[in-house]
Every structure is written in C-alpha cells, then in structure tokens.
Write a protein that binds this ligand. Structure first.
Ligand code: SF4
Length: 220
C-alpha cells in the first residue's frame, strides 16, 4: 500500500546507520535482506525497498539516484517515465536492457507531498552514506566491467561531492568499484528540458554516452 503522508517530526541523528548487509554472493539473499532495511528514515514514507535487477554476471551496471513514484509502487527500478526513456536510449545505443544490471544509489523513494502528488526529493548525504553498503554489495557480487553513473548523485557517490557530471560525462574513468566508469546525466533530466530542440540534443548526447559505455564494456 502506498503511504499517504510524510511522517511528522524531525528525524534525529541516530536514525542513520550503515545498512546491515549480509556476507553473501547471492543477489536474492541481498534483495531479501534489503526488504527489511531500516538503516535510515527513508523507509518510513516509502512503499517498499526497490533493489537492483538484472543478471548476476552483467557486463554493465547502470546506477541511478533513487526510485521514483512508479518504482516505489511497483518495487522495480527504472520503470516510470525516466525508465522508459532510458529503455529507448539503450535500444538506440545497441544495449539490451535485459543484459544489464540496473539499480539506484539509494533504495527507498524520498518524496514530499504536494497536493495529491508525491514529489521527488534529493537524497541527503546521510541517506546516501547509510544506503551505500547495498550498492557496494551489488557491485561486489555483479562485478560489472563497466558502471554507468546516471546523474550526479550516483557519480558523486563514487567520486566525491566535487565531481561534476557536466564536465566529465562520456569519459571512461577508473574507480575502485569497477574497472571502467562512464558518468552521464540522469534520464529524468531529459524530461525536464525546456523545449523540443534541447530535448532532442540532450537525448542524442545521452545515447552517445551509452555508446561509449558499450564500447568500454567490450574493450580488453
Ligand atoms: S534508503 Fe537504503 S539505508 Fe535507508 S532504509 Fe532504505 S535501504 Fe535502508
């Protein structure tokens, strides 16, 4: 059931802890454990944990920010408007979404009410730090050859808060988490473009970044 309202009162500092991740190489066990995670206050107003999905041995992992409204209700990552745009861009770049592991930096939907709508709120650095062990566990188990960071929350979780996606997008970078990391924008930013021309331009750039990631995933 969707929860109808934001919790009253301010969260206190002791509500954030590193998520308790079991020692396992099973994605199913991780997903089950994440279902009951209470390591930060975000679970209180969300419907459910939205864990990553995809093949265990995927060569490519896509890392977004957090689930949105539709993802929260369905329990699946990237199925709403931004996810549909992502699917289209993946197909155009020659990437099979079913062969890719798709997840988010934060696993619960953070939102605030506006009328009857639930409006996305950016996760805080404390939310991201608390949820980080789940992302690290997914990376440890899947071990993708290339990790695509969709948007600044994902990229900054890997490279630090001074990282600028606008400057680094489409480059192949190294990190301790994956041999190759390609940062790009979040597909939701394409939906926020002010006019058709900029939408088209930004979409083409996004597809090009995904092509870079595809080439990086097959490079020796
Ligand atoms: S957002 Fe992450 S750390 Fe916070 S409760 Fe959900 S799964 Fe746990």
């Amino acid at each position: 059931m969707m929860k109808q309202s934001a919790a009253k009162g301010k969260a206190t500092d002791d509500e954030w802890h590193p998520a308790p991740v079991p020692e396992t190489s099973s994605l199913t066990t991780l997903r089950e454990a994440a279902r009951g995670c209470r390591a930060c206050p975000l679970y209180k107003n969300a419907t459910q944990t939205v864990f990553g999905e995809g093949p265990k041995k995927a060569a490519m992992m896509l890392l977004g920010e957090q689930p949105g409204d539709q993802e929260d209700l369905s329990g699946k990552p990237f199925i709403g408007p931004a996810g549909q745009l992502l699917d289209r861009a993946l197909e155009e770049a020659g990437i099979d979404r079913n062969a890719v592991y798709v997840t988010n930096t934060v696993k619960h939907f953070k939102w605030e009410p506006r009328g009857k709508r639930r409006i996305h709120q950016k996760p805080s650095s404390r939310d991201i730090a608390a949820c980080r062990p789940w992302m690290e566990a997914e990376l440890r188990v899947v071990r993708p050859g290339v990790l695509v960071c969709l948007g600044s929350t994902a990229a900054q979780a890997l490279f630090g808060s001074s990282f600028r996606v606008t400057k680094e997008r489409g480059k192949v970078l190294e990190s301790e988490f994956a041999p190759r990391v390609v940062p790009t924008v979040h597909p939701s930013s394409l939906l926020r473009q002010p006019d058709e021309e900029s939408r088209r331009r930004e979409y083409a750039l996004f597809v090009e970044d995904l092509r870079v990631a595809l080439r990086a995933s097959t490079a020796k």
